[in-house]
Write a protein that binds this ligand. Sequence first.
Ligand code: ATP
Ligand code: MG
Length: 332
Amino acid sequence: RPRVLSGIQPTADSFHLGNYLGAVRHWVALQDTHDAFYCVVDLHAITAGHDAKTLRQRSRTAAAQLLAVGLDPERCALFVQSQVPEHAQLAWILSCVTGFGEASRMTQFKDKSQKQGSDRASVGLFTYPILQAADILLYQADAVPVGEDQRQHLELTRDLAQRFNTSFGRTFTVPAAHIVRDTAKITDLQDPTAKMSKSSSSPAGIINLLEEPARSAKKIRSAVTDTGREIVFDAEAKPGIANLLTIYSALTGRSIDDLVAAYAGKGYGDLKKDLGEVVVEFVRPVQERTRSYLDDPAQLDKLLAQGAEKARAVAARTLATTYERVGFFPPV
Ligand code: ATP
Ligand code: MG
């Protein structure tokens, strides 16, 4: 079976609707067709400043949410990145085949470091895409289900894999991005040209899966929409309405055309009210299941440790080959 790998950062107390619709939803589906590896990337989560007291719990919450939306530890390896040391080990080697200029072109670093100020932005934030390449290449992943914002990092991963293979002999599978266009960029409810983001959306702009459902419905009702009153799908002229229709369609399985036809002659308020209810219906059972996983942290930690063991079996093999190729002694 082909392999798939993806990850999510435990940088908040919940993940948001963009993470779910753009990425995690596909992780669930790909379990059926792929050898699947999914990780909570806590090594990535410390690149932009973090609180040591909450990180472990956030990692647990992220894992619990992933289980709650349908990841099945019998059908995938679900693990926490820091429990598989090979990620950091391979990242070092890859960083030595990455050009400084090449890394400097990553737009996510430019955006995030600009917000933090260049003295506060860490070197870890700069090398983040190289660690991400290691995450992917360790598992010889064929496909990487992510949102649109990760396209450039995926390109870098492919370049590094090809370059390494050419210089040292065939070692890594060159992975393809698995980006499903319709939901690849869910936008901020208050700024429908920006992506919904854990780190940069305002509270009113983001729907967290674990927040009070009534609050989510209210945020949808207050979403910034466009001038005019007609409900049509036009991502350029009406990005706010297009975003709401995208979310509506993805959560219900109804096509955009079907929704547009159903709301002909109705107003933005009707659409928002109904979508608020759709979101509430969706998150309620997810929240209940998340809570039940979090109620038994010992069991959850055990499950994650088992996932890490499964992952390590594969990661250690790739790292051993890499060590051999570059002229190191074998890992002991
Ligand atoms: P941060 O702002 O801290 O980077 P994030 O919201 O981007 O957080 P990540 O953990 O970095 O969340 O990303 C997890 C996955 O969710 C990635 O595959 C990413 O591409 C995807 N994703 C993030 N935001 C969106 C979005 N608004 N629409 C679609 N996919 C998204
Ligand atoms: Mg991100």
